[in-house]
Design a protein around this ligand. Structure first.
Ligand SMILES: CCCCC/C=C\C/C=C\C/C=C\C/C=C\CCCC(=O)SCCNC(=O)CCNC(=O)[C@H](O)C(C)(C)COP(=O)(O)OP(=O)(O)OC[C@H]1O[C@@H](n2cnc3c(N)ncnc32)[C@H](O)[C@@H]1OP(=O)(O)O
Length: 186
């Protein structure tokens, strides 16, 4: 994978929260209408994410016909959104609220509509409020074999997430959401 994103040396290891989900458990959606993970978002990605070992998680999604960019191909913004979402969900393992400051995506290979993608993502470490995350996307083979990253690697990403106080960060916007829960300052 090619990237110009710089991960600083000397990161602190990220700490998994004591009550984090067990490996293999489905990661809950943080908002039913979230474009990335919300089950009720009508045109959303419907990413299905599972907790992994350590500071890692995995996720899967189907490249639906309405995710088209070039003829028969996924739109680059859709793949970017999927990386943003899956890395954001990864940060949930730490039990903090963080927002994306930088998203760096390597569109390594074309991805056709109808493909199934498997994401693997891991928190690399932290530095004060900064959380560095790395992800890769593989095709799942046509037999539905999602047990491992056996398919072709088609993309990669880095994310820099910044820990925020949700009661401050979402103070003005949360009234616009039907689903803002108390931790967002409701
Ligand atoms: C879809 C939205 C979901 C939101 C989720 C939130 C909570 C949900 C709960 C659970 C989450 C579960 C799943 C999440 C799923 C998906 C996640 C998607 C996340 C998003 O999609 S979210 C939307 C896009 N996102 C934004 O809407 C952010 C707009 N933005 C800002 O709100 C500010 O910009 C902020 C807060 C980022 C920083 O502002 P600030 O004032 O708090 O902090 P400050 O500037 O002091 O930076 C502190 C340190 O970060 C370094 N730093 C900052 N920016 C940098 C950059 N660009 N490059 C390199 N370093 C940077 C500084 O250099 C300093 O570093 P140092 O410690 O070394 O000094």
């Amino acid at each position: 994978m090619k990237s110009t994103f710089v991960v600083p040396d000397g990161l602190e290891p990220a700490q998994r929260r004591s009550d984090a989900l067990a490996p293999g458990d489905r990661m809950p959606s943080h908002n039913p209408m979230c474009f990335g993970c919300g089950p009720d978002a009508p045109n959303g990605l419907h990413l299905d994410a599972r907790a992994g070992e350590g500071m890692a998680i995995t996720g899967e999604m189907l490249v639906e016909p309405h995710f088209e960019g070039g003829p028969g191909m996924i739109h680059g913004g859709i793949l970017s959104s999927a990386f943003d979402e899956i890395m954001g969900m990864n940060v949930m393992l730490m039990g903090v609220t963080a927002v994306t400051a930088v998203l760096d995506v390597d569109f390594a290979k074309p991805i056709q509509l109808g493909s199934r993608l498997r994401f693997s993502t891991e928190i690399l470490g932290t530095q004060r409020r900064k959380i560095y995350v790395r992800a890769v996307a593989h095709l799942i083979d046509g037999d539905g074999n999602s047990g491992g990253d056996t398919g072709e690697e088609v993309g990669g990403a880095h994310g820099l997430f910044i820990i925020v106080d949700p009661s401050v960060h979402f103070r003005e916007s949360r009234a616009k959401s039907q689903f803002a829960s108390p931790e967002f300052g409701a």
